[in-house]
Design a protein around this ligand. Sequence first.
Ligand code: NI
Length: 398
Amino acid sequence: MNRGTKLPSVRPEVERITDDVIAVRRDLHRHPELSWKEERTQRVILEELGKLDLEDVRPIANTGATALVKGGRKGPCVLWRADIDALPVPEKSGVPFASENEGVMHACGHDTHAAIALGMAQVASEARESLAGSVRFVFQPAEEASGGAALCIQEGILKKPNVDRCLGLHISADVPVGEINVAPGPFFASPTSLRITIKGRGGHAASPHQSVDSVVVAAHVITALQTVVSRTLPPLETAVLTIGKLEAGFRGNVIAESAELRGTIRTYNDRVRDRMVAKVEDVVSGVCAAFGATAEIKHKTSCPPLVNDEAVTAFVEEEGRRYFGKEARVSRGMGAEDMAYFLEARPGCYFWLGARNEVNGAAGRHHDPGFIIDERAIPLGMEFGMRLIEGSLVELAG
Ligand code: NI
């Protein structure tokens, strides 16, 4: 989007705090912390929440935080979730508020999620008299490592008051400012990690007939695995299988005794995942047997698929049309997002908020050392998030 394009306006309460919210975002960006180590981040968030007229302000899930806005009248409860952790990425964005924590960077924009949610907590607390119901703000740790969302829920964040709907946004370096990307149903994938150990028989490179070459077997296994998606799943199912790491051998003139493959399976449902895991086991053990090798296969699913509720998503799309003046983009991905746990427990919707920034050629690349966003998305996120909360409270009460 060109800088001259007119963006929708925000309410005066949002406009008034935008500079402060951006300052908080830049401070968090300067001091990024990895999953489960968000101690300074947690302190800053609790301090900011402490300045506001809120209830139930406290730490959660080790390094997270929460606060509750109780409306002037009784009613339903809507949860707004923001994740707060950073990544082990060395920053090369060139921004003046770049990371001072070497090798760690907010390369996915969770600093903006935290700042936007803090701004929304302020707007909501100031508007509490007009709210019928309550708003639970969750500053969730450890999204990148996975585990933060599940722990928040285990600790009971969806109770007292009981949460009726969960909402949240992810900033997008790909979607233009002034747009959102959202879809009903599966929107992020469930990741299953794979670890395959192939055992052959080592030996001298000049005597292959006395060995079982695990490198050659691994090559065949990797090639055969390419057929798991293309030849065993119905064409309209969605899945990915990637082997991202291969490790074997000591040196060029020794036949490697074993090889280790690491990979990931991404699916939108358990049925497809179970089918793929079974097929991977068949293919790996079959190929290994053909060459006289054996294999050990381990797999672990760390997060369910993120499934947006149909009705809540229709509501978000409609509010998006009204506020941004255009249709939402509909582009699903196979990345993983542990907001999935909140949406598994309660109906809700998670969407991408446009913040594409063309400045240094890093547009669109999350988890990249050059990751950068357009901060004009921050007030839009606060305004749109508040509209979704206010509209949800009315809709749920009706
Ligand atoms: Ni992220």
